[in-house]
Ligand binder design. Structure first.
Ligand SMILES: Cc1ncc(COP(=O)(O)O)c(C=O)c1O
Length: 466
């Protein structure tokens, strides 16, 4: 009988076998390899058990996510306490939908909306489908050598000010709280400036998808959306929604998202209506359970996770500075006093032209089972989420060390220029024919073949002798 082909299952199984650690997102991916990630003894077991709670059952035996009256209602009340919110809504179909829920609840066609350009696609699509007129404010470069941009906070404030002065004020502001690349708003300063300048601004949507962890970090909390939403909603009577993508940095299944709302009951009710209309009618109970579990876990251990992340970032930074000559750290920087940098993000640049970010990404995954997502030219980004621990960092450091050695050997051997006389055989495999032989003068054609081989799948053998 012909073997049944299951392309998705087979490919994900083989990737999962290979994956030793991810420096991207979804901390639960790293659990299988690194038990010491978890600080609470019963946590892994509880998380395992939530996988089995794939049930289809509602009231009166369980509850309804979008019209909760018992267990989900109780859980959301506990979340309200943790986040000091006026309402907290769980979402099991991702922050794309959470953004849509927020936009549909808070914005209508009469609104005048100002929005940072660097927001997630879901915000563009939701605003468009709701037929809302938006002034998008371009982001500006923070570090152009690694392609990092940030919000133009000053321009947003200036636009708000001018609109107030001309009698056509904005009613809604939407921004991306923390970018994947590591640029964050300092909402303590930014919201203060915004609220002072724009008394008519009624509603604010802060997409803090990458910053769920910062609610539990004593330092980042101070500048986070989640902490400042309460303060500025109370002080200036604003309606503020904060979206957290839980699975990106905490130990939940995906697509776990959380909407926290700070403001008046009219908009709280509108959020409930929008949650009902936009959420799937079949919420995933394992995702809801794991969200609850992960938030309580983070609430208890968040401080320790954050301290560990900072230590591990320093460990990688110091190791590279002290031991590797082929790599260097790119410190992120911001372009405004209203922005700050994310301490869990680290950019690394390869100094050699032999490896670009794309090659490094491939090499790290194929040879060491380390997954990274973002790269730009010769640089790549590490995200130290909750699932990144000593073991994984040690593995990364050793892998970088081996790559560093490789860069050196290759660099020395490949220190060739047109017109030099080769001292070695340079053989590309396939096909196994020498591009250069000892004694042969280096021509442009040979040099470009050799350089190219470093970036494609041909292997280059450099053999001394004659
Ligand atoms: C800033 C931001 N918001 C929202 C989302 C959407 O999250 P999800 O993929 O869970 O729908 C993302 C996804 O990466 C994001 O980066």
């Amino acid at each position: 009988m012909e073997k049944l082909r299951l392309p998705i299952y087979e490919s994900l199984r083989s990737i999962s076998k290979k994956l030793k650690g991810s420096f991207h997102a979804l901390p639960i991916q790293n659990i299988k390899n690194s038990r010491d990630v978890i600080l609470s003894p019963g946590f892994v077991k509880a998380l395992e058990q939530t996988k089995n709670l794939e049930l289809s059952i509602t009231g009166p035996f369980f509850d309804s996510l979008t019209d909760p009256s018992s267990f989900i209602d109780e859980s959301c009340s506990l979340l309200k306490n943790i986040y000091s919110s006026d309402s907290s809504l769980l979402v099991s179909c991702g922050s794309s939908i959470a953004n849509k829920i927020a936009i549909e609840a808070l914005c209508n066609t009469h609104d005048k909306v100002i929005c940072q350009n660097g927001v997630h696609q879901s915000i563009y699509f939701s605003l468009k489908s709701s037929n809302i007129n938006v002034n998008y404010i371009d982001d500006i470069a923070c570090k152009s050598d690694i392609g990092v941009t940030g919000a133009d906070a000053n321009s947003i404030i200036e636009n708000l000010k001018q609109a107030e002065e001309s009698g056509t004020p904005y009613s809604v502001l939407i921004v991306n709280s923390q970018t994947y690349d590591g640029i964050c708003f300092d909402f303590k300063l930014f919201l203060e400036a915004v609220c002072q300048i724009a008394p008519n601004l009624e509603k604010i949507i802060l997409d803090e998808a990458w910053g769920a962890w910062s609610a539990f970090d004593p330092l980042m909390k101070e500048t986070s959306a989640i902490h400042n939403a309460r303060i500025f909603s109370d002080a200036y009577n604003k309606n503020i929604v904060v979206i957290h993508s839980l699975h990106k940095t905490l130990f939940t299944f995906r697509q776990a998202s959380l909407i926290n709302f700070y403001g008046n009951s009219e908009y709280a009710d509108r959020l409930i209506g929008s949650h009902f209309r936009n959420h799937t009618t079949s919420p995933s109970y394992p995702i809801l359970c794991s969200s609850e579990l992960a938030i309580f876990h983070a609430n208890e251990f968040g401080k320790e996770y954050s301290e560990r992340s900072r230590k591990l970032v320093d460990k990688v930074r110091n190791f590279i500075n002290e031991n590797l000559s082929g790599f260097e750290i790119e410190e992120n920087k911001t372009n405004s006093k209203y922005l700050t940098t994310d301490p869990t993000k680290l950019w690394i640049t390869c100094k050699s032209h032999l490896f670009n970010g794309e090659k490094i990404r491939e090499h790290l995954f194929n040879n060491y089972g380390i997954y990274i997502s973002r790269y730009f030219k010769n640089s790549f980004l590490l995200n130290f989420h909750y699932g990144v621990n000593d073991e994984i960092v040690e593995h990364l450091i050793n892998s970088l060390l081996l790559m560093d050695r490789r860069i050196h050997t290759k660099n020395e051997k490949l220190d060739l220029s047109i017109g030099d006389v080769s001292e070695s055989f340079f053989i590309l495999y396939p096909p196994g024919i020498p591009v250069l032989k000892p004694g042969q003068r280096v021509c442009e054609n040979a040099l470009s073949k050799i350089n190219q081989s470093l970036f494609d799948n041909t292997s280059l053998l450099v053999v001394d002798g004659n």
